[in-house]
Design a protein around this ligand. Sequence first.
Ligand code: GLY
Length: 360
Amino acid sequence: MQPRCSDTIIRLDIEADLLSNVLLEMEPDGVVVVCDTHTRELCLPHLLSRLGSYTPEVITIEPGEQNKSLETISLLWDRFYHLNLSRKTVVILLGGGSLLDIGGFAASTFKRGMPCINVPTTILAAVDAAVGGKRGFNFNETKNIIGSFYPSSYVGLDPGFFRTLPLTEKLSGWAEILKHALLEPDRKALIELLKEDRQPETLSLQEWGNLISRSIRTKQRIVEEDPYENGVRQMLNLGHTFGHAVEADMLHNRKKELPHGFAVAAGIIMELYLSFKLLGFPQELLTKVCYYIRDTYPVVPFNCKAYNTLIAYMEQDKKNRGKVISAALLKDIGLYAYGTPLSPTLCKEAMDFYRDLYNT
Ligand code: GLY
């Protein structure tokens, strides 16, 4: 078996035999695919056609954030146990971010770890969860609070899987691509994204493939510098301090699943506002990005009565030191200020800014 390397990207759309060749090199004693009820129907047949002579066992779990739980992990361990998988069995994870997180966590802990290949089936998962090795699940209403770092051996990227994604899903992934563009020191990536003729609904699959590959490179650059998030990797959480809070509030208090990228887009507005206020982030860029998000993403509804609840969620953020909320902000595009402390008063001001922008 090849030693486990970190998220080597293989473009399955460019070379059809790549996945079966990679499996041959890995010399597994078996292959298992973990998918969910959606990806089993929409993506599994295509994946199976790429596996050459390998006939995998298939394990299907329920999709969605609600199932990103200890119960699902336990169910996966139970299936791994009864299939008597070994540390030489390759686990192919076929799905969106939740499936990659949860399936990867189960695989990383069973018999102390089986090699994984991530095959993301959403744009969001391709640019975020598939790379960087974060695995985990939700616990006590807090997203991803139990987890580990366990990179995949390979990431199989096939934009063909994105063909059937609804616009909501495309927009969700677009928000993470926008976040990565803000983390690039050179403005080119951001300017390209904000162009009117380059919008999620108009891109061809090839354009998506290239855009996603570029976005992944930004993430890989940062993860390579700081794989365990002691410093600069916190920047990948731009938009997520507020984003995770509004997402949790929607899920637990309003019983609605907000697409992750929509929450991140809202979070980017609030965090760029604070970047401007505290660190002198350029106003013209703040305005440009905020108007773009406002015109592209629907409002995330919350009023001032929800502020303290949102702050309570932010106080659980993994980036915090003690009880102080700590955010990953920007002095300018590509100029990082992670570990910026935020008081509840500042957080409320940023929420006011968001609501004023959307006029709610
Ligand atoms: N999703 C942020 C990271 O992987 O660090």
